[in-house]
Ligand binder design. Structure first.
Ligand code: 2HA
Ligand code: ZN
Length: 272
């Protein structure tokens, strides 16, 4: 059996959490990541027949039965994941009943997965229903995006349009736009269900006055998606209330998507 501390999926979780921490997106225990793994890759590092303990998940996830995830732990700090993955991460498998998680590795101090587990698992189910390659769900509190929530209308079309205007490549990176949920109580099944409903149409969902959810095929891609949205929000906040003399026009955005051969962009979010 290979050493799990050298597993790419463990190392990459640590590096991603460190990057997010250093960017100031994940203060204290803010943020959480879940990454769906392939049984073959986990089997190189762990005995898949050995379950450390079982943890009830508190909702039904039948379509995830048998799926294995590495998930950040509740109350754990992103800044510590890279140095001590065995305490701050857990590798879990959803049992056949779809209601229980089997701990295969990690949460060494007796911990459990993030309090946002419902939103993560429900988002995985939603994303997989539209993209079977989807493997990552990431939650974070990016500073400028959060600031923007206080001063910009939370209408999805308007919010997306402003972000698209802030960097030329935004419409290429998230052509479907961003979903926006109103402020809701976090950690609940209801916010999980609302997030998952948005995840059928968007890979980025803003939790108003809280943070953001992103989904993607890889950790890199998902991180890059949130990074791009946060960059756009940063430009918006830097401009502030100064008069805007120049902007990217809607017809220019159309030229961009055409250049990149993108057809699934939200035309209804543009004013053509
Ligand atoms: O886990 O970010 O939304 C800490 C959070 C909860
Ligand atoms: Zn949060």
């Amino acid at each position: 059996m290979k050493d799990i501390f050298s597993a790419p999926f463990i190392r990459e979780m640590g590096k991603t959490a460190s990057n997010m921490y250093r960017l100031g997106w994940d203060e204290r225990n803010g943020g959480n990541i879940s990454y769906r793994l392939r049984e073959e890759e986990v089997g190189e590092y762990l005995d898949l027949g050995k379950v450390i303990r079982e943890i009830p998940i508190g909702f039904d996830a039948p379509s995830l039965a048998g799926e294995i995830f590495v998930v950040t732990g509740t109350g754990k700090y992103f800044k510590n994941v890279e140095d001590d993955p065995e305490t701050n991460l857990g590798v879990i498998r959803i049992k056949k009943d779809g209601k229980t998680a089997e701990l295969l590795w990690g949460y060494k101090d007796g911990g459990r997965f993030t309090s946002e587990f419902p939103a993560h698992m429900m988002s995985h189910m939603a994303r997989q229903s539209v993209d079977p390659e989807s493997r990552v769900v990431m939650h974070s509190h990016p500073t400028n995006l959060l600031a923007m929530n206080y001063v910009h209308e939370l209408d999805e079309a308007k919010f997306t349009h402003t972000l698209w205007e802030m960097c030329t490549e935004c419409i290429v990176v998230f052509p479907e736009g961003v979903g926006v949920l109103p402020w809701m109580l976090c950690g609940t099944n209801s916010i999980g269900e609302a997030t998952a409903a948005k995840m059928k149409d968007f890979r980025v969902v803003v939790w108003a006055l809280h943070g953001v959810y992103g989904a993607g095929k890889t950790l890199d891609e998902t991180f890059g998606l949130i990074e791009t949205v946060e960059k756009a929000a940063q430009i918006y906040m830097l401009i502030g209330s100064r008069p805007r003399l120049n902007t990217i026009k809607d017809e220019d955005m159309v030229k961009l998507v055409e250049l990149f051969g993108i057809t699934n962009y939200r035309k209804d979010f543009l004013k053509l």
